[in-house]
Design a protein around this ligand. Sequence first.
Ligand SMILES: [Zn+2]
Length: 470
Amino acid sequence: MSVLIKGGRIVTAADDYVGDVLAENGVVTLIGESLGVPADRVIDATGKLVLPGAVDPHTHMEMAFGGTVTCDDFTSGTVSAAFGGTTTLIDFCMQTPGATFPEALAAYHEKIERAKPVIDVGFHIGITDLREGGTLEDLAKVPDEGVTSYKLFMAYKGAVMVDDETLFRAMEVAAESGALVMVHAENGDAIHVLVQQALAEGKTDPVWHARTRPPITEGEATNRAIQLAHVAGAPLYVVHVSCKEAIEPIARARAAGWPALGETCTQYLFIDETALEKPNFEGGKYVYTPPPRPKENQEHLWQALSTGVLSAVSTDHCPFKWDGQKTLGRDDFSKIPNGGPGIENRLHMLYSFGVREGRISLRRFVELVSTNPARYFGLYPRKGTIAVGSDADLVVWDPEKRLTLSASTHHSNVDYNLFEGTEVVGAPEVVLCRGQVIVEGDELVAQPGAGRFVKRARFGEELTARPVPA
Ligand SMILES: [Zn+2]
């Protein structure tokens, strides 16, 4: 099977030029001008952009949390991702209490085999316990399975939160095993106290989700994680940075040359804490963690993305239906399952309001949504770029296509959209994963199971490009 994409403007993190791309057997085999080679399928990309498929390093499909389970599995979640131009996601394989790491991995492999994803999927291992089931020896071997990042939560006390000893031990293992440590950085102990106090005072509305998690609790934990990682000699990736207080310690660490990386998520760039005050429990839709912040943080986040203090934009897609799941916390904000949807709209929002409004360049956009996540999580250069030998994960992007984002048209199972009614300009026209067309206009044309599990290289190492057929 070969596909020739002709005359598009090819944009990577490094380059921007007009040319043709030939994909054969899933791999890019030729790039050039006016290629006269035969192909099974020719796509005219004149006037369109040709981008590397986006990589979303932060999603939670079919994950048990807060007494319920996220409403997308690896079928609906990957379909939704594909429609937004994302061709690889990395989800969190969570260690359940008492389980070993091999058991956790087996359970997640079973999930993706059952779901038959339409895009490629990788895992991070979510460490919740190093005393009962998880051992340091097993943890050290996880990267051998192509799972080369360890995620730990410094919040959600009584659930997935770990103490500093567990965090530090995992960092020491990572320093040896070549894994990248990822942290959810919030001071879970202080937040637990603030939540209990608010509830005791009868403060039960969704807005108290934000008021009991002040930005400084994120800033404190971010700084603590950075310092501990430095002592352990491990690289660190701080997920979902939402505010100035967390940006500052990352900026300091990076200025000192420490391997500290940070991502933000689409929602923090566009939604502020006033969303939680929407009446009739509509505010419950915006209960994700960290919470939506005071609006002035959005400018700090855009600036951090353009100056390189923050290195990636993910979605933290963690969808719970409003009706029946979010409403579990109608009378108590602490019982609202924490998480928001968004895997389909990351590129729509960043292109429309980041690139078109001049906040980030087109190449920086590609870097933030594709190249950097691929690099940091051991997928580059097989993914995250358009080069001979790379996977033919390609998005033909129509820069003029107009779209109104809505739960009535998105492809996730979730019953609301964080950006409901937002008009965007720029959307995928054709999406390919390893050379197979998976989305064409408004239609899903992927075969179920088109996506595969991807084994990733260790932090700082490259995933070898595939041999090009002669
Ligand atoms: Zn998350």
